[in-house]
Write a protein that binds this ligand. Structure first.
Ligand code: ADP
Ligand code: ASP
Ligand code: MG
Length: 589
C-alpha cells in the first residue's frame, strides 16, 4: 500500500479550525488508499513564546532544559490532531519523538538524528491507523529529550519518509511553494515549479527559511522527492527533486540571511595550523561559520574573517579571544550589523560572467560589498543590514528571477521506492552522518590577488568585468573584509590565463590607485564534496587538521553545503590530496 508523509507547519495548525482542516487532508489521503503519517509543528508561534518565557527566567538557559521546554509545543499539537481525526470518525494515534524511536546525538537544541526504529510506526500503520508524529524532537541515549534546531519538523518529516520509504512527502506551509526568494520580503518573487536538492540545500542554509536545510540533506541522501505546498490553497506547489527547473539558468534563487555578524582576527601568524586553531575552537561550541576569508599573508601575518549568526556572536567571541591568545595574533574586530545576500544556481557552475553581473548590479544600486565568497553554485556577499533589502531586490532583478523559465523542467527523478531494501538499510545506519562523495585535486589554476582595493561600491564589478571581458573564466572569488578602508580581492583563474589576467588587473589597479597585484601560478585547489558539508562544521576542521599535520598552509578556503574547497601552494597538491583522501576514507559513501 502506498505511504504518504504529510507535514503541517506552525501556521497550518495555528488554531482548532486549522487543525481540523489539516485532519481532513490526512483523512482524504487515507481514503485515497494510502497509509498516512502526519508530522506536526507547534501551534502558531508557540515555540517563540516558549523561547521568550525561558529568556524571562534567564539569559543562559541550560540546553537540556530548553529542549524539555520546546518539545512541549509539538506535544500539544499531536494530541489535538489525533483528537481531530478521531472526532471526524477515523483512527489516529499521536507519538512523541521518543515513542517513535527517533534516536539522536546529545547536542541539545541542535541534535542530529542517528536512527529511527520503525516497528511501532509500522504496526500502527498496518492496522490502518493514521500516525501523528511530533516534529522537531528525539531522544538521546540517556533518554533525554532533544530537539533538532528551529524549523526541524521538516527534517522529522523527510527522515520518516526516508526510513518508511514513503511514496510522497508533502510539506504543507503558509506559502504556495518555494519561491525565487522570500515572497514576504520581495512580492515580485516567483514560485518555482521545481528546484534541485543542491540548490535548495544552499538556499535553505543561506537563509531561505521555507525548508530546514537538514531536511534536504536527508532528501538528497535517500532520494525522497519533496512536495512543498500551501495548507490554504490547491496550487500545485514546488517539487524538490534531483533536477533543477531550468538547467540553463545561471541563477535559480536568491536568499537573505539578515542577522549575521562578521568577525576578523587580525595579524594571525600565517603558518600551517593557524586556521585550525581558530575554527576548531568555534566548532567545539557547535557553531557553523560561513564566508571564511583569509587575506593572503603579508609579512608572515594574515587577517582571517568569517561570519556567524548574530545570535551566536557572544559564544563565538569566547572562542576568538582564546584563539587570539593562543596564536599570538594582533587582535580581533567584529561587526554585528551585517547581512548576507546570496544567489544560487546549478547553471552558474558552467557559465562565466555570473559574478560580475551581480557585482555590477549592486554597484549601480550603490550597495557596498563588505566581503565576497563564491563556490561552484553560489555567490555570497556581505552588506550592511540597512542595504540588505535593496541588495536582495537588486540581484533578484539583475538575474530576472521574476520571469518564468525559458526551458521546461526535465522529468522528475525516480522516487525513493527505487532503492533496494538492503541499500536503504545500510544507509540508515548513520542517518545524519557525514557522507563524502569525492575528494579531488585541480592543479590547473593560478591565483591572482589585488591588494588594498578601496572599500567602496563598484570596485569588484570594475575588476571582474575587465577580466571577464577578455573571456577569462574566473573560479573562486574572495574579497576580504576591509581593514582601514582597504580590502583584498583574490580569485583563481586557469593557469594559462594568468599573464593576461595580471595585465588586466594591473590596468584596473592603475585607474583605482591601489595595488600591488600579486599572483602565483603554482596553486592547487582541493575539493571535498558530499552532503551537508557546512552543517557538519567538522568537515573544514578535519581538512585544516590533515593539512596542518602535513605542514601544508591553506591560502584560500570556501565552503558550501555540497563542497569545501581549499587552495594551497602548488607543490603541495599531491601530498594534500593523499592526506585528504586518507582523512575522509571512512566517510566515503
Ligand atoms: P512552517 O511553519 O510551515 O514550517 P515557515 O515559517 O518555517 O513555515 O516557512 C514558511 C515561510 O518561509 C514563508 O512564510 C516565507 O516567509 C519564508 N520563506 C523564506 N524564503 C522563502 C522562499 N524562498 N520561498 C518561500 N518561502 C520562503
Ligand atoms: N516548532 C519548531 C520551531 O518553531 C519546529 C518547526 O516548526 O519546524 O522551530
Ligand atoms: Mg518551517
Amino acid at each position: 500500500m502506498p505511504l504518504i508523509v504529510q507535514k503541517f507547519g506552525g501556521t497550518s495548525v495555528a488554531d482548532s479550525q486549522k487543525i481540523l482542516a489539516a485532519a481532513r487532508k490526512a483523512i482524504r489521503a487515507q481514503q485515497q488508499g494510502n497509509q498516512v503519517v502526519v508530522v506536526v509543528s507547534a501551534m502558531g508561534k508557540n515555540t517563540d513564546v516558549l523561547v521568550d518565557l525561558a529568556r524571562e527566567i534567564t539569559d543562559r538557559p541550560s540546553a537540556r532544559e530548553m529542549d524539555m521546554l520546546l518539545s512541549t509545543g509539538e506535544q500539544v499539537s499531536i494530541a489535538l490532531m489525533a483528537m481531530a481525526i478521531d472526532a471526524l470518525g477515523n483512527q489516529a494515534v499521536s507519538m512523541t519523538g521518543a515513542q517513535m524511536g527517533i534516536r539522536t546525538d546529545s547536542t541539545h537544541t541542535k541534535a542530529r538524528i542517528q536512527s529511527i526504529s520503525t516497528d511501532r510506526l509500522r504496526q500502527a500503520l498496518d492496522e490502518g491507523i493514521i500516525v501523528i508524529a511530533a516534529g522537531f524532537q528525539g531522544i538521546d541515549e540517556h533518554q533525554n529529550i532533544t530537539t533538532l534546531g528551529r524549523g526541524g519538523s521538516d527534517t522529522t518529516a523527510v527522515a520518516l519518509a526516508a526510513v518508511l520509504r514513503a511514496d510522497a512527502c508533502e510539506i504543507y506551509t503558509d506559502v504556495d511553494g518555494v519561491y525565487t526568494t522570500d515572497p514576504r520580503v520581495l512580492p515580485e518573487a516567483r514560485m518555482l515549479r521545481q528546484v534541485s536538492y543542491d540548490e535548495m540545500l544552499e538556499l535553505a542554509s543561506l537563509g531561505a527559511g521555507v525548508m530546514h536545510s537538514r531536511s534536504i540533506e536527508f532528501a538528497k541522501k535517500f532520494g525522497v522527492p519533496i512536495h512543498v505546498r500551501s495548507s490554504f490553497s490547491d496550487i500545485p506547489g514546488t517539487l524538490i527533486v534531483a533536477e533543477p527547473e531550468d538547467a540553463e539558468q545561471p541563477v535559480s534563487g536568491a536568499a537573505l540571511a539578515k542577522d549575521e555578524a562578521r568577525v576578523t582576527l587580525l595579524g594571525v601568524p600565517d603558518r600551517p595550523g593557524a586556521s585550525l586553531a581558530i575554527f576548531a575552537k568555534i566548532a567545539a561550541r557547535n557553531i557553523a561559520v560561513d564566508m571564511i576569508v583569509q587575506n593572503v599573508g603579508a609579512q608572515g601575518k594574515a587577517d582571517v574573517s568569517f561570519t556567524v549568526l548574530r545570535e551566536e556572536l557572544p559564544t563565538t567571541l569566547e572562542a576568538v579571544r582564546s584563539a587570539v591568545d593562543e596564536l599570538g595574533a594582533d587582535g580581533w574586530s567584529q561587526d554585528d550589523n551585517v547581512s548576507k545576500v546570496s544567489v544560487v544556481g546549478l547553471g552558474m557552475a558552467t557559465q562565466s560572467g555570473v559574478a560580475e553581473r551581480m557585482f555590477r548590479a549592486l554597484a549601480d544600486a550603490g550597495v557596498n560589498i563588505l566581503m565576497i565568497t563564491t563556490s561552484e553554485i553560489k555567490i555570497s556577499v556581505l552588506v550592511s543590514r540597512e542595504q540588505a533589502a535593496l541588495a536582495l531586490r537588486t540581484v533578484h532583478q539583475a538575474f530576472e528571477l521574476h520571469k518564468p523559465p525559458v526551458h521546461a523542467p526535465r522529468p522528475v527523478a525516480a522516487p525513493a521506492g527505487s532503492a533496494t531494501p538492503l541499500e536503504v538499510l545500510s544507509r540508515l545506519q548513520s542517518m545524519e552522518g557525514l557522507r563524502i562523495n569525492d575528494v579531488s585535486l585541480d592543479d590547473t589554476q593560478a591565483r591572482l590577488t589585488i591588494n588594498s582595493v578601496p572599500d567602496t561600491p563598484g570596485v569588484a564589478a570594475q575588476v571582474f568585468e575587465r577580466i571577464a571581458r577578455d573571456g577569462v573564466l574566473v573560479d573562486m572569488i574572495v574579497q576580504s573584509c576591509g581593514v582601514g578602508g582597504r580590502a583584498n580581492l583574490t580569485c583563481t583563474v586557469p593557469r594559462g590565463d594568468l599573464p593576461r589576467s595580471v595585465a588586466l588587473a594591473a590596468e584596473v589597479v592603475r585607474e583605482l590607485g591601489c595595488g600591488p597585484v600579486t599572483s602565483s601560478d603554482q596553486v592547487a585547489k582541493l575539493s571535498v564534496s558530499g552532503i551537508g558539508m557546512r552543517s557538519h562544521a567538522g568537515v573544514a576542521i578535519r581538512m585544516f587538521q590533515a593539512l596542518s599535520e602535513a605542514g601544508i598552509n591553506v591560502e584560500m578556503v570556501n565552503t558550501s553545503e555540497v563542497q569545501v574547497n581549499v587552495v594551497v601552494e602548488g607543490r603541495h597538491g599531491g601530498a594534500a590530496l593523499a592526506r585528504l583522501e586518507e582523512t575522509f576514507q571512512a566517510a566515503r559513501g
